[in-house]
Design a binder for this molecule. Structure first.
Ligand code: GLY
Length: 379
């Protein structure tokens, strides 16, 4: 292995996706020196594939710390986006358009009403709608359905443009991002720093290392117990819509969602497939979320197909994010397992991880510490 004679970096972030870039930006805003190492293209595993939905109430079936974390991040979004635009002039098309969640059949109405009861106690602006009222929010729902909930504060962002703006901000801040560096191993140096080895055998040294490598996080050999993150393939597609007929994000759980983007495309998704670290797009996969749309919003299926693609969501073994120090390796931090909500959770993850690097122990990260896996493994 070739050792470097460079001075140790203050912070190395492994992974240049939305999570790694958001942490790097937050650290740079706080005056920290940081370097990002990226295996391929920044955002290539999950960020570029994401539909960009910002919908906390649609991503959990109960109140608690995970919902609180998502809501806190949603509230950070306007300022996060405004600061990125101010720094770069690049807009990530943040659109707090509101989200509708639809019960397709009468059997689903009870579940929707239960959700409405606990969710509206937390946010009184949420509205339970019969179909006619829901169609005022989204006229594209021309087919029959039973009922819906409208979430006025939720929305979406264009994920590829968001990471472009973050990368622009990092460039302006002279944060180095090295592409083509596949980190394979982290090891203690023996004098308080960490050594970061790549596939070429090159070694970089850092005071602190943050693993933000998405679905490939647990491929990296580390001192202490490795914490598992699994890839979950999501197939997705976009159609081209003339004008701006489609207005709101619509969830039709458990089948899928559609997201009208400001550029006139409508993104429709998505499968969840545990097939290892590979992506695929299949007719059967696309049918999972397209078939129910034929009843709900049939005109969408007549629009020209623009693009199909897929990406790898990083899922932890309990499905919740992992944020904080590795308890068995001083100086090593993990930021991963954001699963379906990396885009939504990017601003809050940046803040929480920067607080950790600043020497704090942020309250909000407590339920999400890496240590929870070690405890449960040891009974
Ligand atoms: N956030 C939606 C998804 O992962 O499909």
């Amino acid at each position: 292995m070739r050792a470097t004679s460079r001075r140790p970096e203050e912070v190395i972030i492994v992974g240049g996706g939305i999570i790694g870039c958001s942490i790097a930006w937050q650290l740079s805003c706080r005056g920290r020196s940081v370097r990002i190492l990226e295996r391929q293209e920044p955002g290539g595993l999950a960020t570029h594939a994401a539909a960009g939905i910002l919908g906390p109430f649609n991503e959990t079936d109960r109140p608690g710390p995970f919902l609180d974390l998502m809501r806190r991040s949603l509230h950070l979004y306007p300022d996060f986006v405004a600061r990125l635009i101010e720094e770069t002039g690049l807009s990530p098309d943040f659109e707090p358009s509101g989200i509708l969640s639809v019960a397709l059949s009468g059997e689903e109405r009870g579940g929707l009403l239960e959700r409405y009861a606990w969710q509206s106690a937390l946010d009184p602006s949420i509205v339970f709608c019969e179909p006619d009222q829901a169609r005022l929010f989204e006229p594209a729902l021309t087919g029959p359905f039973d009922s819906a909930i409208y979430y006025p504060d939720e929305g979406h962002v264009f994920a590829p443009r968001l990471i472009k703006a973050l990368l622009g901000a990092l460039t302006r801040r002279r944060v180095p991002l090295e592409q083509g560096v596949a980190v394979t191993r982290i090891a203690p140096s023996g004098h308080g720093t960490l050594l970061v080895y790549d596939q070429e055998g090159e070694c970089r040294e850092a005071e602190k290392v943050i693993l933000a490598a998405g679905a490939l996080l647990s491929d990296i050999e580390i001192p202490g117990t490795r914490i598992a993150v699994f890839p979950v393939n999501g197939q997705i597609l976009a159609v081209r819509s003339p004008g701006s007929f489609y207005r709101r994000v619509v969830f039709y759980p458990p089948h899928g969602y559609f997201v009208p983007k400001l550029d006139g495309t409508v993104v429709i998704g998505a499968t969840e497939e545990s097939i290892g670290p590979r992506t695929r797009v299949t007719p059967a996969g696309l049918m999972e979320f397209l078939s129910p749309l034929a009843g709900l919003a049939p005109e969408l299926l007549d629009l020209p197909l623009h693009h199909t693609w897929s990406g790898l969501r990083p899922k932890s073994s309990d499905g919740f994010p992992i944020m904080g120090p590795h308890p068995e390796c001083p100086g090593l931090f993990l930021a991963g397992g954001h699963y379906r909500n990396g885009i939504l959770l990017a601003p809050v993850t940046g803040e929480i991880m920067a607080d950790w690097i600043d020497g704090g122990a942020p309250d909000a990260s407590t339920p999400f510490l890496p240590a929870r896996f070690l405890k449960s493994d040891r009974g």
